[in-house]
Design a protein around this ligand. Sequence first.
Ligand SMILES: [Zn+2]
Length: 379
Amino acid sequence: MNKARWTQLGLSALVWGPITIVVACGGDKDGELPPDDELQFEDFGTIPLSDTGGYVEATVTVPDGAVSTMAWCGGFGDGALGAVWTLTDPSGSVVYTGDAPDAGGFRSDFLDDLVPALIPVTPDLTPTPGAWTFQWFVGAGSTADPKCGAVHRVDTLSDPATIAVDLVFVSVAGLDATSAQSDEAFQAAIAQLESEWANAGLTPVFNYLDFSGDTAKYSVVDIVGDDYGEFNDLLRTSSPDIDRVITFFLVEEISSDGATILGLSGGPPGAAAVHGTSKSGVIVTTVDLQDEPTDVGKIMAHEGGHFLGLFHTTEMDGTRHDPLGDTPTCSDGDGNGIANSAECAGKGAENMMWWTLTEGVATATDDQSFVVRSNPVSD
Ligand SMILES: [Zn+2]
């Protein structure tokens, strides 16, 4: 195989078919689903934006007992990029600014169309109760005024935490939501996902679903240049029955100008518990399922990590690292422009959020576990 292959962060889901709750293989407890009544939603409506871009601001009221908050603004168009520009806590302190994006306990990278802002993405900045001010910047090229909202999870943290996963079969070589439940390769992928997520304190509960949309259009998701429109459109089909779920769309391939992208997540972070948006899930390439089933499971674990608020421990070029204090870091030792797995052995190349595929069962740190267990969809 000479195709260039890489995992990539980026964006991020579906259609809900018959409800088949399948308890995770290996003896998951009761398979109880996260209750939606632990979430509180805020709707800020549409906030006007000029067509040359600009700032959008919302006051987000974090309730007592919140363990996580995800505020978002979006729908401004696939051709425009935005990011959180400032974040002000209830005491009036500016705790994040886009002028110094790696300085604090929060992170927001530029994303097209819709920008989720998740607290926490580190243990250093948690959603204390009160009025927070979120300000987003939206660049040129917007096609619509953004809608904005927030969701708060009022709960206690569990370890391990349960997470509901919708597996939406768009196009997976001969498999559908029924046959996949007994397919050896697919179950090997699921076992790999379970093993890696167990290291992050997550216990998934799966729901197998057949895609009810345009399978011919989405079996190969084409990304052309910077145009993620088809990717975004597939995620916009997400409409699960419950809010607290992460949706994985399983496609034949994500194709980008002749190369295969193994998986892409909305965000990071994804639009947790907010569905039908361009950031409402994860898309995974399954073309290698029969030959390399564990790789497919690894991709799911990694992209799910992005959705839940994790960044690469070290980016491909070795110059940027995640905002967590306990994750290993690595730089480009040989100066070839790439921090590869060999030169970063013991320095992050074993981690679930390493920028490319790992060997064996990927690891996760306590801080990473805290972030993913805190997410609004986890329980
Ligand atoms: Zn990645």
